[in-house]
Design a protein around this ligand. Structure first.
Ligand SMILES: Nc1nc2c(ncn2[C@@H]2O[C@H](COP(=O)(O)OP(=O)(O)OP(=O)(O)O)[C@@H](O)[C@H]2O)c(=O)[nH]1
Ligand SMILES: [Mg+2]
Ligand SMILES: [Zn+2]
Length: 306
């Protein structure tokens, strides 16, 4: 049997994977068994197959060869795993990341429910957070978006405003030493950012109108790009919903970081922060200490749990 090689998963297509070996070369792989378990960003050990097996009927992107060249034998323990879930299924977004970059845009208007959910997921996995407000060249729309993001800067989140079309140099320092993942709705400009940072990437981007017409995301699979020896950046398909079914009520409470100093101070020990008398979060909203919209979002996100 051929030797085990260390590699990193740089793209996952169902049970088929593209991995990068230590020497920088790439190889297509399958996993053993039925379950597809590896995720973009996973560190793995692979073995070259002597007789490449055809990737039957798969709809791999053109860049992949038609034969699998290897098998993933082992997935190393993960430092982090970003996933979303609803009552029926769980979707892994990326593994071993250290930072989540939530990309919102001046246009189309962003969904702050999605943003709040991403921040809770980041808290759960102890990830650094950067919020990028893209398309700052659209001046009026950018001003409106900036206003909507003000509560997030106020509670300590870093917000970076830029135009992927004009200049991304201000983003570079935030990427150094991190494995970052770009998350956001379709059309926010994630792949445009990738291309601006890494001209060799040639990630597919699309006019929003045509993307919306087709009802499809332009980016269809997560893809890891190497920035330097210590920094990676993962481009992801747009997300419309970010289910947090895998997180408890208490975990979500903690993920609203500005709530921390009020937790445990409600009159009722099991307060859901809805209409209970003596709710410390409601008092904080009334006193102008917590943004009312954030409490709304919290109630919405936890609604199915009581
Ligand atoms: N005006 C302006 N348009 C931008 C900017 N960045 C991206 N766009 C445009 O926004 C559209 C969507 O960009 P994409 O990079 O494909 O968006 P995406 O977030 O990768 O979308 P999905 O892959 O579907 O999730 C394209 O038409 C881009 O040219 C920007 O800074 N300013
Ligand atoms: Mg994209
Ligand atoms: Zn309460």
């Amino acid at each position: 049997m051929s030797e085990l090689l260390s590699a990193q998963v740089i793209a996952a297509f169902g049970r088929h994977y593209l991995v990068r070996l230590a020497d920088g070369s790439e190889m297509t792989c399958l996993t053993r068994g039925k379950k597809s378990e590896a995720a973009c960003g996973d560190n793995v050990e692979v073995r070259r197959t002597d007789h490449p097996s055809p990737l039957h009927g798969s709809i791999l992107s053109n860049e992949l060869l038609s034969d699998a060249q290897g098998v993933i034998e082992r997935i190393a323990p993960r430092n982090s795993l970003l996933h979303r879930s609803d009552a029926h299924r769980e979707k892994i977004i990326a593994a071993n990341i250290t930072q989540i970059i939530v990309v919102v845009a001046a246009e189309p208007s962003f969904n702050d429910d999605l943003l709040a959910r991403c921040l809770v997921a980041a808290y759960d996995q102890k990830l650094d957070v950067l919020i990028v407000l893209n398309k700052s060249d659209l001046l009026e729309a950018a001003a409106a978006a900036r206003k909507r993001l003000a509560p997030y800067s106020a509670i300590g989140y870093r917000v970076l405003e830029l135009s992927a079309r004009q200049n991304v140099s201000t983003l570079r320092p935030f990427l150094t030493g991190h494995s970052s993942v770009l998350v956001g709705q379709s059309g926010m400009g994630k792949s445009t950012l990738i291309n601006a940072l890494l001209p060799d990437a040639r990630a597919v981007t699309r006019e929003i109108s045509s993307a919306l017409d087709s009802g499809k995301h332009t980016t269809t699979h997560a893809r890891l790009y190497r920035i330097d020896d210590n920094s990676n950046l993962i481009d992801c398909p747009g997300v419309q919903a970010f289910g947090l079914h895998h997180l408890s009520f208490g975990r979500i409470e903690q993920g609203f970081v500005e709530f921390a100093q009020y937790l445990g101070q409600c009159r009722f020990h099991d307060c859901h922060h809805l209409h209970e008398p003596g709710c410390a979060l409601h008092s904080a909203v009334d006193a102008g200490k917590i943004d009312a919209r954030r409490l709304d979002l919290f109630q919405h996100i936890t609604a199915a749990r009581h």
